[in-house]
Write a protein that binds this ligand. Structure first.
Ligand SMILES: Nc1nc2c(ncn2[C@@H]2O[C@H](COP(=O)(O)OP(=O)(O)O)[C@@H](O)[C@H]2O)c(=O)[nH]1
Ligand SMILES: [Mg+2]
Length: 193
């Protein structure tokens, strides 16, 4: 049986695919294959950097727009947030930017109440829900680029644009399902991601 998955960008199509492949063990494309897992590294670093940058920008915007309701942070973290906003980001360079020092900076900023307040407004900032997975203390520590290999869960929470047409196969005793993810077909006027 052939099932085509459509829906708005970020509605969870690719996440559903990752789960189907994981549960039904479609090995050719399974996220557990080392090579495939490794390919998520760049996107995960980009996710974390892009998210923290959006939160820092939002923090400064809030303070600029609300002189009477200033959100405070330590002097040190205000300086760190200022630097973060200036970071030039791309998926290609995100891994090399992500030094152990930057990891410390992210930990420190994430612990600020003012940054948490911005994260609560994530739907306005186009910050994805899954980001919180990478900011928990346990998972942040694992991101040290010297030692990091993404887990299946990391791949599941990662946000990355789907390119081309992707198929996931689920064989059940009753029927074989072929799920098709048509993400990335912008040229055909499709808004899926
Ligand atoms: N809260 C929540 N977040 C989800 C769910 N499914 C996916 N996401 C998050 O939404 C982001 C985008 O999902 P994705 O599967 O790439 O959406 P697609 O654009 O439709 O392929 C991912 O980074 C996930 O972390 C869900 O069921 N609940
Ligand atoms: Mg997708």
């Amino acid at each position: 049986m052939l099932i085509t998955c459509t829906g708005a960008g970020d509605s969870g199509k690719s996440t559903f695919f990752k789960q189907v492949r994981h549960i039904y063990g479609d090995d050719s494309v399974d996220e557990n294959v080392e090579e495939t897992k490794h390919s998520f590294r760049g996107a995960i670093y980009y996710n974390v950097l892009e998210t923290m940058q959006a939160l820092c920008k939002s923090y400064f915007q809030h303070n600029n727009r609300n002189p009477d309701k200033q959100l405070t942070m330590s002097e040190d973290n205000i300086e760190k947030a200022t630097q973060f906003v200036k970071l030039e980001l791309s998926i290609v360079s995100s891994e090399s930017v992500f030094t152990p020092e930057l990891l410390q900076t992210i930990q420190s900023l994430w612990s600020e109440e003012a940054i948490q307040t911005q994260f609560k407004r994530r739907f306005e900032l186009h910050v994805f829900d899954g980001a919180v997975h990478f900011f928990t203390a346990k998972n942040l520590e694992r991101l040290d680029p010297r030692f990091y290999t993404p887990s299946f869960e990391d791949a599941l929470y990662c946000r990355r644009k789907t390119t081309g047409v992707v198929e996931a196969v689920a064989k059940t005793p009753y029927c074989t399902f072929h799920f098709i993810d048509v993400g990335g077909m912008y040229t055909l006027g499709n808004t899926n991601q």
